[in-house]
Write a protein that binds this ligand. Structure first.
Ligand SMILES: O=C(O)C1=C[C@@H](OP(=O)(O)O)[C@@H](O)[C@H](O)C1
Ligand SMILES: C=C(OP(=O)(O)O)C(=O)O
Length: 672
């Protein structure tokens, strides 16, 4: 997951390949709750691991449910409708699928509970559900504002004789919550009557299908009243089905379906294949494929897969009632940027009460990109930027809304080849923590568009630390090129090849087959973590020797350039800006006085328990500077266009800030 303040997505040109998507949020949280309430043990496979499922799992554990987890599998011992801990304070984040169903289940079971979440959860309505529970005789009180969480739940005096009325026009989750909770107390038939137009209906189908798996068949009329009345039969009992498999999330699939529709594949391959969900999914958001097809996607499907490629281009503008796909419809609003006219998405008033006011947020952010947007009470109308030149590089504010972050990443395919900045990318953790990793695994950018920041400088200037922190702050890859020379020195020594120029061919040959692999700050040579081993003074001297051999340097050039990958690279070394990445947009040449560098190295060694003396360290360091500056190939010197940074008097944080400011000053993002 990218936990950076922002993530800059370079302009993307192509997409192709396979993605396996994480489990459905709606199915995961329903199955977890049903498994906990039912009798018997349930093994849930392919469970989503995200913020929304974490709050549900924590809540169930707090309530006394035994849960064993191994990877994506959870084994849940059902409570059989009895709570061992009938008193608890539950934090439910911003998960509607946890807050609403748990409120109903705990209200009918009774106890002493407090249910709350993040600030936004306390702005998301729950009054219609509470009203229904009060009719039933439950004791539910608002701890803050009437109509909103946090809630206190006490002991009920249940009255199950009259039909329970619930409004369905703000959220379908209120009806879902009642449907899952009422089998706990179904001594007689319990009827639920929906008032107003029921929105987001396909989510009710998910609820009914999963209830059926747990042994409860809800009956309802056929014909026009099919969405008005639901009857939970007397004697209904939640019984574990044993094993449950969670489909991949169809709403998450929408970003990759869109990707297939708006991108072309690089030569020799074809489209995007999504694994884990197919056209016969029980999730309503799968119907996004119909909308995407209308816009121009070519979609094929099998039992558990989808294959998408581009058919019509530009995409065709659509006018669509999106009430049945409220979440995936946000993706259509971004696809509309690539359409041949104005796209209108209707009947989506519920967008206003989700993770943020999504109607207003989408309108604001789409406008930043250059689109013309009309925002209505319950619709949005998007007209793409009129010309390529009208596109703008935008910094997208994400409002702690995972879907805003995910759908706006698709704007990186803009024809103006502008990057897109996604603020607070970690908000995707609500349903898809590794979204951006999945995106980068199937997308490509022209090499010249993948940013590289070079940080070159002499030994002990602190460039490794600076580069690693800058890479981490930007979410970029990190190349510690010096370590490649150190590994070369180590490998040659182990192969008993003397480090002199007569053996440069043999050392260069050795490099062709070295299994080098970087993992954060760790460097692996095959199965061995050599990070510590290559940091000794001796390894440094050996590195300096082999780095003077032209054949060795040539062999390492391609290897180093391959580190330039999405979303960007910070490369630390001695010739990053002069030789390896000569057209990098930012080159920093980091120095510090010899006295200062010797002292830093001294402290470093002493802290590791290695004895050293300052004068000898300083002499070694000056000798190494002289050798590096005078070697015939790629001598150590600043690139002509490098920015010089002397950090003798600066802390690491101060140096990082300077470099990030230099980087920021090169960006074009508008955030108005
Ligand atoms: O029941 C569910 O799993 C959901 C129902 C929908 O909410 P509304 O019914 O509030 O539209 C949807 O937006 C949400 O992401 C998940
Ligand atoms: C509306 C959403 O979430 P929630 O389940 O919290 O309602 C969503 O995931 O888009």
């Amino acid at each position: 997951m990218y936990s950076t303040a922002f993530l800059d997505i370079p302009p993307l040109t192509h997409a192709q390949g396979d993605v396996t998507l994480p489990g459905s949020k709606s199915i995961s949280n329903r199955v977890l709750l049903l498994a906990a309430l039912s009798s018997g043990t349930t093994t849930v496979h392919d469970l989503l691991d995200s913020d929304d499922t974490a709050v549900m799992l924590d809540a169930l554990a707090t309530l006394g449910c035994a849960i064993e987890r191994t990877g994506k599998t959870a084994r849940i011992t059902g409570l059989g409708g009895k709570l061992p801990n009938p008193s608890a304070k539950l934090f439910l984040g911003n998960a509607g699928t946890a807050m609403r169903p748990l409120t109903a289940a705990l209200a009918v079971l009774g106890g002493d509970f407090e249910l709350g979440g993040v600030a936004r959860m306390h702005e998301r309505p729950i009054g219609d559900l509470v009203d229904a529970l009060l009719q039933l005789g439950c004791d539910v009180r608002y701890k803050g504002q009437t109509g909103y969480p946090p809630l206190h739940i006490g002991l009920p005096s249940l009255r199950l004789d009259a039909p329970i009325q619930v409004r369905g026009d703000v959220s379908s989750q209120f009806l879902t919550a009642l449907l899952m909770a009422l089998p706990l107390v179904a001594e007689r038939d319990i009827e639920i009557e929906v008032l107003g137009e029921l929105i987001s209906r396909p989510y009710i189908e998910i609820t009914l299908k999963l209830l059926a798996q747990f042994g409860v068949t809800v009956s309802r009329p056929t014909g026009p009243n099919a969405w008005q009345r639901f009857t939970i039969p007397a004697g209904a009992k939640l019984q574990s089905p044993g094993d449950v498999y969670v489909e991949a999330d169809a709403s998450s699939a929408s970003y990759f379906i869109a990707l297939g529709a708006i991108s072309t594949a690089a030569e020799g391959s074809n489209g995007i294949k999504i694994h884990g969900v197919g056209a016969s999914s029980i999730q309503g958001d799968i119907r996004f494929i119909e909308a995407a097809s209308h816009m121009g996607a070519h979609i094929e499907s099998g039992p558990n897969w989808l294959h998408i490629s581009r058919k019509a281009w530009p995409l065709k503008a659509i006018d669509l009632d999106c009430n049945h796909i409220p979440d995936a419809a946000m993706t259509l609003a971004v696809m509309a940027l690539y359409a041949d006219g104005t796209t209108t998405l209707r009947n989506i008033a519920s967008w206003r009460v989700k993770e943020t006011d999504r109607l207003s947020a989408m309108a604001t952010e789409l406008r930043k990109l250059g689109a013309t947007v009309v925002e209505g009470a319950d619709f949005i109308q998007v007209t793409p930027p009129p010309t390529v030149a009208a596109w703008q590089a935008a910094s997208i504010h994400t409002y702690d809304d995972h879907r805003i972050a995910m759908c706006f990443s698709l704007a990186a395919f803009n024809p103006a080849r502008l990057p897109v900045r996604i603020e607070d990318p970690k908000c995707v953790a609500k349903t898809f923590p590794d979204y951006f990793e999945a995106l980068f695994s199937v997308t490509q950018s022209a090499e010249e568009h993948i940013p590289v920041i070079c940080i070159d400088g002499p030994t002990a200037s602190g460039k490794g630390t600076l580069a690693a922190v800058v890479a981490q702050k930007l979410g970029y890859h990190f190349l510690d090129s010096g370590s490649l020379y150190r590994i070369t020195g180590l490998a040659a020594t182990r192969a008993q090849i003397p480090l002199d120029v007569a053996n440069e061919q043999a050392i260069a040959d050795l490099l062709q087959s070295l299994p080098i692999h970087f993992e954060g700050s760790h460097i692996w040579l095959g199965p061995e973590d050599v990070s510590e081993l290559i940091r000794t003074e001796e390894a440094g001297m050996n590195a300096s020797r082999v780095s003077a051999f032209p054949m060795v340097r040539a062999a390492l050039i391609d290897l180093q350039r391959r580190f330039r990958a999405l979303p960007g690279l910070v490369a630390d070394g001695r010739d990053m800006g002069t030789v390896i990445f000569p057209v990098a947009p930012l080159k920093v040449y980091l120095t510090a006085s010899a006295a200062c560098r010797a002292e830093r190295r001294y402290k470093q060694l002493i802290s590791k328990g290695i004895s050293a003396t300052l004068p000898s360290l300083r002499a070694d360091l000056e000798a190494r500077d002289a050798r590096d500056a005078n070697r015939s190939v790629a001598p150590l010197r600043p690139a002509q266009d490098a920015k010089l940074l002397d950090n003798s008097e600066l802390s690491v944080d101060q140096s990082v800030e300077i470099v990030l400011n230099w980087w920021q000053s090169k960006q074009l993002y508008t955030s108005h």
